[in-house]
Ligand binder design. Structure first.
Ligand SMILES: Cc1ncc(C[n+]2csc(CCOP(=O)(O)OP(=O)(O)O)c2C)c(N)n1
Ligand SMILES: [Mg+2]
Length: 499
């Protein structure tokens, strides 16, 4: 799968995509749509999609969502066309320091130096991505159009970092003591098999399981272990985590505050707490957790009737004027079995995680890197990766406007995506953070920079203009009706939820 917005310096590759079968090419009308889609694809399949982007400016437009992909440890391969090798020195208008741009988001990067190395360069880029990172290959235009004399095609080879058995052993020792222990799960430790291993550990030891605040993909809902997540606000995170003497990290890094606040620590954990990481984000967390469960003689299989697992629970559908909480209850209640939920709902999503604990089984994809504009394209990538699964894009209005062009990709591909726009016509979270930062309620310019109501964005017109049928709702009853309708019909739909 290739998500691209190409230009003149990529045309030989564009021609090759037409003449050589096997790769599906999808046009994104802004590069952030391509990179966000590649991230969503990678999160669902754990293998990379390709992005094909135009020189420095194309990459620059894609970087914010590559940052989210980088924070997700998503395998993504970027190919950037560069000026012909001999043309670069002339400082033509599109010349830019592509390597410097790529360096901010890529775990691996290379600029090809000849046509003969292209096959190996590409294989190396794919191998590097497979372990869970962004890799960027910059290919001068003349190497793309030259004939390659070497017939041998390199194949990607990749491996994951081995499990640190010493760390697993140390964690097992601590879990056998009577110290209060929490296991923080992140990255690929939030996939089903790894979660089941964590549930074995919990059942045996009574330790608490917590998810990192913003998971790339977390398997949730009925039949999966139910776990809370670390709260977003540092004061709440500190309060929750301070109860534990031992902190075990699997696929997660040491938690830190999302922002530094005046007079508050960046740290969530204290010096007195013992911290052991049994797997880093590039190690096999499933294997590490299974080894840990075995080392503890935990029961091999746990029935999903066990208290650790979430059970299906239907909530009463709220009626009347919509609120953030009502929206969360309605979504958690109506989301179908096996749905993929892409959540970039910011303030409106605050209650969703809690209410969806007992929803039908689902995958939750969140804003890993805090860079707005992930949701709509990420839903495109997830739906392209899993065409048989319903995708729900739970989307704040301000964040939606960064990459709204991805609605057009949804229409073009008839993707099964229901977009729920949280139309509060405001950058609400900034209004929440403003007094926390010590300022009185926003007026004048401050209000100007947080208000989206002048003019109010017409989501139905925007959506229909890009080929996605849309409706606007302002009550619980209407939202329930329209959500059911959208989910029952194939293809993309958008519902503006007036808050
Ligand atoms: C790329 C990028 N630009 C700006 C920000 C700063 N920022 C964080 S939240 C926010 C407003 C979010 O508003 P909206 O998406 O409407 O959600 P709401 O707060 O209304 O729930 C902004 C501008 C960011 N995180 N990322
Ligand atoms: Mg908003």
């Amino acid at each position: 799968m290739c998500f691209s917005n190409p230009g003149t310096t990529e045309l030989p590759l564009v021609a090759a995509l037409s003449s050589i079968p096997g790769i599906r090419a999808k046009l994104g009308l802004f590069e952030g749509c391509c990179t966000g889609a590649a991230d969503g694809y990678a999160r669902m399949l754990d293998k990379p999609a390709l992005t094909l982007l135009h020189l420095g400016p194309g990459l620059a437009n894609g970087i914010a969502n590559l940052h989210n992909a980088h924070r997700s440890n998503s395998p993504v391969v970027n190919i950037i066309g560069e000026h012909a090798s001999w043309h670069r020195a002339f400082d033509a208008p599109l010349t830019m320091d592509i390597e410097a741009l790529a360096g901010t988001v890529s775990g691996w990067q290379r600029t090809s130096t000849s046509v003969e190395t292209l096959s190996k360069d590409t294989a190396d880029a794919i191998s590097a991505a497979m372990g869970g990172q962004v890799s960027t290959l910059i290919i001068p235009n003349d190497f793309q159009w030259s004939d390659c004399k070497d017939e041998a095609i390199s194949k990607p080879h990749f491996s994951v970092e081995p499990v640190d058995y010493k760390a697993v052993e140390n964690a097992a020792k601590l879990l056998k003591t009577d110290q209060k222990t929490v296991i923080i799960l992140g990255g690929r430790a939030l996939r089903k098999k790894a979660l089941n291993a964590a549930a074995r550990i919990k059942t045996k030891t009574g330790s608490t399981l917590l998810a990192e605040t913003f998971p790339a993909r977390m398997e949730r809902g009925a039949g999966t272990p139910a776990l809370d997540r670390i709260p977003y606000l540092p004061e709440q995170a500190v309060k929750l985590l301070s109860q534990y003497q031992v902190v075990i990290l699997a696929g997660a890094n040491v938690p830190v505050a999302f922002f530094g606040y005046k007079g508050m620590s960046s740290k969530i954990l204290s010096e007195d707490q013992k911290i052991i990481q049994v797997s880093s984000t590039d190690q096999n967390s499933q294997e590490a957790l299974e080894c840990l469960a075995d080392a503890l003689d935990a029961p091999k299989r746990i029935d999903t009737e066990n208290a650790t697992f979430a059970k299906l629970q239907n909530l009463r559908l709220p009626e009347g004027r919509l609120s953030s909480e009502k929206v969360c209850v309605i979504l958690a209640t109506l989301q179908p079995e096996n749905a993929i939920i892409v959540e970039e709902a910011i303030t409106t999503g605050a209650f969703y995680y809690k209410y969806a604990t007992n929803a039908p089984s689902n995958s939750l994809l969140t804003l890993t890197g805090g860079s707005l504009g992930l949701g709509i394209p990420c839903a495109v990538g997830a739906a392209s990766a899993c065409p048989d699964r319903p995708v729900i894009s739970f989307q704040a209005d301000g964040a939606a406007m960064y990459t709204v062009q991805a609605l057009w990709m949804q229409a073009r591909e008839s993707l099964n995506i229901t977009t729920l726009i949280c139309a509060n016509h405001s950058y609400d979270i900034l209004k929440f953070e403003f007094p926390r930062a010590g300022y009185s309620s926003p007026k004048g310019n401050a209000s100007e920079l947080m208000d989206l109501s002048r003019p109010a964005i017409d989501w139905v017109k925007i959506s229909e203009g890009m080929g996605v049928p849309a409706v606007s709702v302002d009550s619980g009853e209407k939202l329930s009706i329209e959500m059911k309708r959208a989910l029952a019909e194939p293809g993309p739909h958008l519902i503006e939820m007036v808050l």
